[in-house]
Structure formats: structure tokens, C-alpha cells
Design a binder for this molecule. Structure first.
Ligand SMILES: Nc1ncnc2c1ncn2[C@@H]1O[C@H](COP(=O)(O)OP(=O)(O)O)[C@@H](O)[C@H]1O
Ligand SMILES: O=C(CO)[C@@H](O)[C@@H](O)COP(=O)(O)O
Length: 536
């Protein structure tokens, strides 16, 4: 580990890499030294909005958030090391995947950003899955494009370029219209042999009658696909100004292929090798296993994505994980404020999560449906968060918080059971990362019990994504021809700090009781969606 003087020297000579990640609730910037240690970080809280039935973020907020995170990180560098950041060796951008950002030939955004969280592309996703004999989830970018075509949306004929959020930011910083292969795999299916979009499926798409009527062909409007380790352009002067309006940062940094947060999660947990598994836990929850053989069949609940170096990955993805925890945490925070108690966010979460350690194993018979938005695994088209209890349920604070944690992982548990039962895909251990692990042990133990699998959490778990992106940026700058898995094993994770928790029998049994009640009660959620209309 570098001392203060060595770190200051690294900053001065530009021997540092920057990873930026735009997650659903936090934009993060992490500056990493060449020994892979984090030197400084910054973050910015943002929140998606449901506007006219579409989950979105204003595009300006992307830049407000990136600049605020960068500025906070640069301020930390200045105060700790007394150096401004002027040169950065390599930079990588990662973000929530999928969704729809479509631009005209004059680079104008044609419709507000449609994020991964939307459940508005059912018809397109169903038709494409059938045509391609390949699972196309609703959040895939191609489902959004095709649904816009099916909807006869006027903007579609003007589309000159479509990309993901990471691809958009990368384009603005470097001028390059490219995507890392992992992020690209959430846009359109990838052919593992060619490392690019599946040419046969691209032709099939172009031949659909309503697509033929468009003035473009799919290949004209998609970004170019690049694997990890390749150079994906340089930070331009305009890009440097966009990232750091103070003007300290100079252009010229090498840019790595932009990736999705699935790929950076795999890198951050050293899980790109075949038969390794990892889980990302934040606004959404998704588990990923790198495959050593193709799946037996197409499943609507198992998504096929790629590692950043192009190996197929089976993913179980759930739209809802931590949003409802946040809603309740905010409520408790308001109450604390009324009592004159001001709590820093980490203290708030820690205090609440620690309550769960006194809970009944079955969470006292309480049930929660944490569906802020629709949920693919349980086939809910929209979200109506619900808390349900019986007159005799054991309703107290520990059980309430336990229920929130149990419910956050419930769709993932249901989806993982499909992966295990139908495809017999199971790893010996899963490595988890995400903001929920910023409070140690509690969420990790619940996840281990829920999935009945040992869960490892690394010391970087709270910032695993942006750190993973910085590592990819270093891999792009300096890899000596190594493969990504060897680079991670031999250079990066030589002495990882991690903790593994195994499932506890009583907790596993308690979670099983909870999940049975949860599944039995799912019609309540359906009824709420039908009965309580969204007034927006
Ligand atoms: N100190 C904490 N302890 C436990 N959970 C936390 C803490 N701080 C934040 N969280 C949870 O982590 C979530 C953010 O995780 P993150 O991985 O950054 O997700 P995303 O990419 O969806 O923004 C928050 O929404 C919150 O639920
Ligand atoms: O859809 C995917 C991965 O397939 C994610 O990008 C999306 O769920 C967003 O993740 P976060 O909840 O922001 O970590």
C-alpha cells in the first residue's frame, strides 16, 4: 500500500485511473493508484422519476451528478495529498445497463431516457424472444426500440444512433460511439464467436416488416462493440471540460470501453472466470454465473449477458431490491428528525439493520412486497409497494426491518430457484457487492440464508462497481497481453480482504417460511395493481 508521499507523487505524475459509475441511486467516481488501491472517491445521490408512465432521469442530471462526484473526489485529493488532478492515465465509464437513449443525426436526444426499470415493452420483448429463440427481457435496448416501432412513435424514423447510459457518457467524453461487450450484450444479443452483435439476428430484425419501413438498418444505429483491454479513444478537450469544469484536468487520458454495472460488478468481485458467481445488490438485484456450457433451453427468467472479455453469463435479474428499504428508512429518518435527532445516512441504515439481528427467524409472520416498479420474475406489470400482516403476527421493529431485508431478496430467491432447478447451475459460493453491504454482516447473512449459499463480501463491496471500472481502465492501458481473468488473479486480487458467511440452518428455515407466505400472497400484489390506478 502506498504511503502519502508516494500517492501524492502518483497523482502529480498522472499514474492514476478513474472509474465512474452511474448507478440507479448514486453516481460514483473512484480514483485508483497503479497498485489498485483507492486514493479518493466522490458520489452524488440521484433518483429516477416516473414521468408520463416512464421511469427516467433528466439528461442534465447525468452531468450535474458526474461533475459533483468528480469535484468531491478532486477535493478529497487536494485536501489529503495537496495536489490538483491534472492528468489521469486511463478512464472508464460504467452505468446501469439497457434502456433507450436515441439520438437524431444532429445528436439531439429524441425522447427522454427510458431506463432499465420500465415494464413498457412487453409486446416487443415477447415477439423478439419468439423470433430470435433467445430471451429478450423487457429492459433490453432492442426491446425498447422495437416497442417504439410497434407504437408508431414519430421519432423512430429519425434515429441515427442509440446507446446505453455508459455509451452516451463515453461518447460525450471521447467522441467515440462504442460499447464494451458486456454492456452491448444488454442492447442486442452477442455472438460469442465474433464478439459482436449476432449477425444472423441483426438480419432477422432488419427483415421484420415494420423495421423494413424505417430509413435505417440496425447496424447503422448501434455502437461498435469492443472487448475489455482495447482502447476506446481518448478524453477530448471538450470531454475534460465536461468532467472537470474547473479546467484542471487535461485531455488525452486513454478511455476504456464503457461497461455495464453487471460487468464492473464481475470485475470488482473477481468473477469473470468460468463457473464463478456474483451478485449485485442495490436498487435492483441480479446474480450472475459465468457459464462453461450453453443453457439447455431459452428461459424468460434467465438473461444471457457477457463478461467484459466476452464469455456468456446467465443472469437472474429483479427490478426491485433496495428502493422500499430506502422509503421506510426515510420515514424513520423523518420521525427521528421530529424528535430533534439528525442521523447521517450510514448511521440510519446501520441502526435499522442492526434491529434485524433481534428478529424472529420467520420475521414474525410479516410480509412485504417491495415493488416500487413492475417485477419481471413474479410477472407484476407495475409497482404497488405493500406491507401485510395478520392480527396475530409478531409486529415489532426487529421483525419489520427483517421483513424489509427478506422482501428485498424475495424476487431474486424465486429467480435463483429456477436457475438451480431447471439448469442445475449452482456455484459453491457467490460473491456479492453493492451499497446494501455498507452495513456489514446483516444483509450478507440474510442473503446467505435466503439463497442457502455461502456469500462472500469483499472489503470494497460498497463501491465495487466504480472500482471495477477503474480496474478495467487500467487493464485497457497496461495488460501485457494477459487475459482479463489472469490479470485479475495475478495483478489485482493477490491479497483480497473478504469475509464469507455460510447459511445458518435456523435462518434458512425461517426464510423458507417467509418465502412460502410471500408466494401465497402474490395475488394481493396483482389485486393492488389492478385496483389502485397510478394517477400519473
Ligand atoms: N450504510 C448503508 N448500509 C446499508 N445499506 C445502505 C447503506 N447506504 C446505502 N445503502 C443501500 O444501498 C443502496 C445503493 O446501493 P448501490 O449499489 O449504490 O445501488 P445503485 O447502483 O442501485 O444506486 C441504497 O439505495 C441503500 O438502499
Ligand atoms: O439491468 C441491469 C443489469 O442487467 C442493471 O444495470 C440495472 O438493474 C441497474 O442496476 P443498479 O440497481 O443500479 O445496480
Amino acid at each position: 500500500m502506498m504511503n502519502l508521499i508516494e500517492a501524492a507523487q502518483a497523482i502529480k505524475s498522472g499514474q492514476v485511473s478513474l472509474g465512474i459509475e452511474l448507478g440507479s441511486t448514486r453516481i460514483k467516481a473512484v480514483l485508483v493508484a497503479q497498485d489498485f488501491q483507492t486514493i479518493a472517491s466522490g458520489s452524488y445521490v440521484w433518483e429516477n422519476q416516473l414521468e408520463d408512465g416512464v421511469w427516467t432521469y433528466p439528461i442534465d442530471a447525468v452531468w450535474t451528478g458526474i461533475q459533483a462526484s468528480y469535484m468531491q473526489m478532486a477535493a478529497e485529493v487536494q485536501s489529503k495529498y495537496h495536489e490538483p488532478i491534472t492528468t489521469i492515465k486511463s478512464i472508464g465509464v460504467s452505468a446501469m445497463m439497457h434502456g433507450y437513449l436515441a439520438f437524431s443525426k444532429d445528436d439531439q436526444l429524441l425522447v427522454p431516457f427510458r431506463t432499465w426499470r420500465n415494464n413498457i415493452t412487453e409486446q416487443a420483448a415477447d415477439e423478439l424472444t419468439e423470433q430470435f429463440n433467445f430471451n429478450i427481457p423487457q429492459r433490453w435496448s432492442i426491446a425498447h426500440l422495437y416497442q417504439a416501432i410497434l407504437n408508431d412513435e414519430a421519432h423512430v424514423s429519425q434515429v441515427a444512433f442509440m446507446t446505453t447510459l455508459a455509451g452516451y457518457v463515453h461518447w460525450q467524453l471521447s467522441g467515440e460511439k462504442v460499447l464494451g461487450i458486456g454492456d452491448a450484450s444488454g442492447v442486442f444479443p452477442i455472438d460469442p464467436q465474433t464478439g459482436s452483435y449476432d449477425a444472423r439476428l441483426v438480419t432477422q430484425f432488419d427483415q421484420i416488416k415494420r423495421v423494413q419501413q424505417q430509413p435505417w438498418q440496425l447496424a447503422d444505429i448501434l455502437p461498435t462493440v469492443l472487448p475489455a483491454g482495447h482502447t476506446a479513444g481518448q478524453l477530448t478537450p471538450a470531454g475534460a471540460q465536461l468532467l472537470d469544469p474547473s479546467g484542471n484536468l487535461m485531455a488525452g487520458s486513454l478511455m476504456a470501453p464503457p461497461e455495464g454495472d453487471a460487468g464492473t460488478g464481475m470485475v470488482g468481485t473477481n468473477s469473470v472466470r468460468k463457473r464463478t458467481g456474483n451478485i449485485s445488490v442495490g436498487t435492483s438485484a441480479f446474480s450472475m454465473v459465468v457459464l462453461d456450457q450453453p443453457l439447455k433451453q431459452v428461459h424468460r427468467d434467465i438473461d444471457m449477458v457477457m463478461t467484459p472479455d466476452g464469455s456468456p453469463v446467465a443472469m437472474v435479474h429483479t427490478n426491485n431490491c433496495s428502493s422500499d428499504i430506502n422509503a421506510w428508512a426515510n420515514l424513520f429518518n423523518e420521525f427521528a428528525a421530529r424528535l430533534g435527532v439528525s442521523l447521517a445516512p450510514d448511521r440510519l441504515y446501520e441502526t435499522l439493520f442492526l434491529e434485524a439481528t433481534h428478529a424472529d427467524q420467520d420475521a414474525g409472520g410479516l410480509i412485504n412486497y417491495s415493488y416500487l416498479s413492475g417485477e419481471n420474475v413474479t410477472k407484476m406489470p407495475a409497482g404497488r409497494p405493500l406491507f401485510v400482516r395478520q392480527p396475530h403476527s409478531h409486529f415489532n421493529l426487529p421483525n419489520f426491518i427483517q421483513t424489509q431485508l427478506y422482501a428485498a431478496f424475495a424476487p431474486l430467491k424465486i429467480g435463483m430457484d429456477i436457475l438451480v432447478k431447471e439448469e442445475q447451475i449452482k456455484t459453491d459460493v457467490m460473491i456479492a457487492q453493492g451499497g446494501l453491504f455498507k452495513t456489514p454482516v446483516v444483509g450478507q447473512q440474510v442473503l446467505a440464508n435466503a439463497l442457502n449459499t455461502p456469500i462472500t463480501v469483499m472489503s470494497n463491496a460498497g463501491e465495487g462497481g466504480p472500482w471495477g471500472m477503474a480496474v478495467l481502465a487500467m487493464f485497457a492501458a497496461d495488460n501485457n497481453g494477459q487475459t482479463l481473468d489472469d490479470f485479475l488473479d495475478h495483478n489485482v486480487f493477490t491479497n483480497p480482504e473478504s469475509m464469507t458467511l455460510s447459511p445458518e440452518a435456523a435462518g434458512v428455515a425461517g426464510y423458507q417460511t417467509f418465502i412460502e407466505a410471500y408466494q401465497a400472497g402474490l395475488p394481493i400484489e396483482s389485486a393492488a395493481i389492478a385496483a389502485i390506478k397510478d394517477e400519473k
